[in-house]
Design a protein around this ligand. Structure first.
Ligand SMILES: Nc1nc(=O)c2c([nH]1)NC[C@@H]1CN(c3ccc(C(=O)N[C@@H](CCC(=O)O)C(=O)O)cc3)C=[N+]21
Ligand SMILES: [Mg+2]
Length: 287
């Protein structure tokens, strides 16, 4: 048996096409395209792919994308001032401050300064809180995209055993909240978890978001599990060339899983498509 490959690229293309229709609609109603402001501080190599793909996708969906590049040594006050300007700018529907930020800047403070209505990453405490208590919110893009892929594979998730590996505010915690809201039985594993293999063995849904290349072994999986690999790890292969690998050991997982996302071409494209969906959602809510 071999797993069904979940084609995140194709699912993302469909979502982006849906978003483009919504954009056309809001343009006809409001006379202005949704606007996304992306704030980049310094040069983070991990962020560069994302920023490039994102700019293209935003424009393809008919939205306006404006990049604000600040030097790595920019002061926290100057960044907070830019956020205030974007909050007040009526042409800006969504604001994304690219993470990680340099160490001298308090990222929590910057996120808290965002207008929650424009927080298309869903990282503001108000959006995180709303997600936790089941109120309408802007939901973080990566877990939102993962949920779409899981539901497409499995349908109804109620009563399903789900394991989220990683407890970050960006992926693990919101992923657990989304799965819980779908009535899955959710376990959150992390670096202090004892017997990770034992937890993986029970799970019908595994979302791996740890940032350690090929950490989850295929042999651990419950046969037929739906495996969502959030990891995007750049490693150097035997040929000396760089390549991307996930947090799941793909080769050993493939024969055992029921469904699996590839890296690249799985979760990554969904993250970008969900960013566009969130920007449309923010524009609609503000219209
Ligand atoms: N405020 C903020 N929000 C983010 O959502 C955010 C961030 N900061 N900082 C950086 C990370 C990283 N991230 C990616 C999203 C998509 C791909 C992506 O499209 N990957 C493709 C292509 C990968 C490739 O070819 O290199 C794939 O997996 O198929 C990659 C990385 C969003 N991030
Ligand atoms: Mg962690």
């Amino acid at each position: 048996m071999s797993a069904i490959l979940i084609d995140g690229k194709a699912r993302a293309a469909r979502l982006r096409a849906e978003v483009a229709l919504g954009v056309a609609e809001i343009v006809s109603v409001r006379g202005r395209a949704p606007g996304l402001a992306v704030v980049l501080v310094g040069e983070d190599p991990a962020s560069s792919v994302y920023v490039r793909n994102k700019g293209v996708a935003t424009r393809e969906a008919g939205m306006v994308s404006v990049e604000h590049k600040l030097p790595a040594d920019v002061g926290e006050d100057a960044l907070l001032a830019l956020v205030a300007t974007l909050n007040a700018d009526d042409a800006v529907d969504g604001i994304l401050v690219q993470l990680p930020l340099p160490r001298h800047i308090d990222a929590d403070k910057v996120i808290a300064a965002l207008d929650p209505a424009k927080d298309v990453d869903g990282f503001h405490p108000v959006n995180a809180g709303r997600l936790m208590i089941g109120q309408p919110a802007l939901v973080p893009c990566t877990p939102k995209g993962c949920l779409m892929l899981i539901e497409e594979a499995l349908g109804d998730l109620s009563g399903r055993e789900a394991l989220v590996i990683g407890r970050s505010s960006i992926v693990g915690k919101p992923m657990a909240a989304l799965l819980t809201a779908k009535s899955a039985t959710v376990t959150v594993a992390h670096s202090r978890t004892r017997d990770l293999a034992g937890h993986v063995a029970r799970a019908e849904i595994v979302v791996a978001a740890v940032g350690i290349p090929a950490m989850v072994q295929g042999e651990w999986l419950r046969p037929g599990a739906c495996v969502i690999d959030v990891g995007i790890n750049r490693v150097v292969g035997a040929d000396g060339k760089g390549r991307l690998v996930g947090d799941v050991d793909f080769a050993s997982a493939l024969p055992r899983a029921g469904w699996i996302t590839p890296v690249p071409g799985g979760v990554g494209p969904m993250t970008i498509a969900c960013l566009l969906a969130n920007t449309l959602q923010a524009a609609r809510a503000r219209a």
